[in-house]
Write a protein that binds this ligand. Structure first.
Ligand code: BT5
Length: 419
């Protein structure tokens, strides 16, 4: 019997399901699956605009020859490919023969150790977890190769709790003018509810009201396409839910205390670390629900504060600046998508009550005297609550209550004796 290692990868459909099914089909009397790594999500290597992969490495004990094992892997790939009924379509799963004992094979169609093994983090990370200290033919350990690997940051742990509607497909781009712009175009065609677009950097990132959003490399710039059949009047509610989700994710991923500012800012130590931009498509003819929504989220993750605009009254920060070390953006992305999924479901199915509760608990705005600029006027008063649609309720000095659907909290007003 020989111990061999196989690398599995899937970037279409129910990716985790395909990995499980692949392992189930590989396991046979002449091919025992004896170990498996955790599942990792990875940025598609060298291919901008592709969906992220789930990757996993399994250990097998087998009496099959290298060529027989290779053929077995191909057969499982083909069987799962056919499940989708697309004979020439993209493959649902790749099964690569990574290592076969100490064998070194160099045939035209079969190279062992696998050509990608020595320098691809999506193979080395799960392999190092499954077989720590493993030496490759030639003597190098997996860990020593991993230490030299340039794309370590493009691989992060994935778990089953991450399998929600939002982020079932994540398309990763090196650079885009704006993820919101691409998401809008995709939403106009047939992009699925919950699809996510991520760019390593944006060259024309957008803020609200035509403002510019600085989006250098190192940040997390993404847009989520949603089709919630939600009345347009509830758009602010979705914005609050998404900012509460963002704040919760930042906190879980970094331990930093994150607050929200109405309508859609996320702050750390009073400085803006993330902003959200919601855009809606045209409404259906007979319902007030827009055909699609795009939730754009910009997080200053590993960005130098020098690359951010400095506004003395409303400063910016980044997670790495606040933490004093870089964050794992991939894991942060997954935590964020899980939190968004939870709050999105709450808005769709539970009227947003729980999401609003979470927003209120983190609010930097409620309970303060504020000045809010709307397109019509500037309102000053006590921001005492938000209503069920996400509108801000402000009590002015004459005792009247103003309901503000869209606007900008431009300043905090200090009223003598109360603050
Ligand atoms: C926002 O606008 O806060 C919404 C930002 C949304 C960005 C995401 S990134 C992914 C997606 N694709 C896009 O093209 N956009 C979305 P607003 O509240 O208008 O804030 C914009 C203002 O914040 C600017 O006028 C600057 O003063 C400041 N600003 C610009 N870039 C910043 C940054 N990276 N961090 C903090 N403040 C910034």
């Amino acid at each position: 019997m020989v111990r061999a290692f196989l690398g599995l990868g899937s970037n279409i459909g129910d990716r985790a399901g395909y990995l499980r099914e692949t392992i189930r089909r590989l396991d046979a009397p002449d091919l025992r699956v004896t170990g498996r790594s955790g599942v990792y999500e990875t940025v598609p290597w060298g291919r901008t605009g592709q969906a992220t992969y789930l990757n996993q490495v399994v250990a097998v004990e087998t009496a099959l020859s290298p060529r027989e094992l290779f053929e077995r892997c191909r057969a499982v790939e083909a069987a799962l490919g056919r499940v989708r009924g697309e004979r020439w379509g993209p493959r649902t799963v790749d099964v690569d023969l990574l290592l076969y004992g100490d064998a070194i094979i160099a045939e035209p169609d079969l190279v062992v150790p696998h050509a990608d093994l020595a320098h691809r983090a999506f193979v080395l990370v799960p392999l190092a977890e499954l077989a720590p200290g493993l030496r490759l033919p030639g003597g190098a350990t997996v860990e020593s190769l991993l230490a030299l690997c340039p794309d370590r940051e493009s691989v992060w742990r994935w778990d089953d709790a991450d399998a929600g509607l939002i982020g079932h497909e994540v398309r990763w781009y090196d650079a885009l003018p704006s993820t919101n712009e691409l998401a809008r175009n995709l939403a106009e065609t047939d992009a699925a509810d919950g699809m996510v677009i991520v760019a390593e950097q944006q060259t024309a990132g957008r803020g609200r009201l035509g403002r510019t959003w600085a989006s250098p490399s190192g940040g997390l710039w993404l847009s989520v396409i949603l089709r919630p059949h939600l009345d347009l009047g509830h758009l602010p509610l979705l914005g609050l839910a998404a900012s509460a989700a963002t704040a919760a994710a930042l906190e879980e991923a970094t331990g930093l205390h994150a607050r929200v500012k109405w309508p859609n800012d996320v702050l750390i130590e009073g400085r803006k670390v993330a902003g959200l931009l919601l855009e809606a498509g045209p409404a259906h003819r007979d319902t007030p629900a827009p055909a699609w929504l795009v939730v754009g989220i910009g997080i200053n993750a590993n960005v130098s504060p020098d690359a951010l605009p400095s506004r003395p009254r409303y400063p910016a920060t980044s997670l790495s600046a606040a933490l004093g070390r870089p964050v794992d953006r991939g894991r942060l992305l997954r935590v964020l998508l899980r939190e968004l999924d939870r709050d999105y479901r709450d808005v769709r199915e539970g009227g947003g009550t729980a999401a609003l509760r979470r927003w209120r608990a983190r609010s930097e705005t409620l309970g303060r005297f504020v000045r809010v600029a709307t397109s019509a006027a500037t309102v000053e008063g006590l921001a005492h609550d938000v209503d069920g649609t996400g509108a801000l309720l402000v009590r002015t000095s004459d005792g009247a209550e103003r309901r503000i659907v869209a606007g900008e909290v431009t300043g905090e007003v200090t009223v003598e004796g109360v603050r």
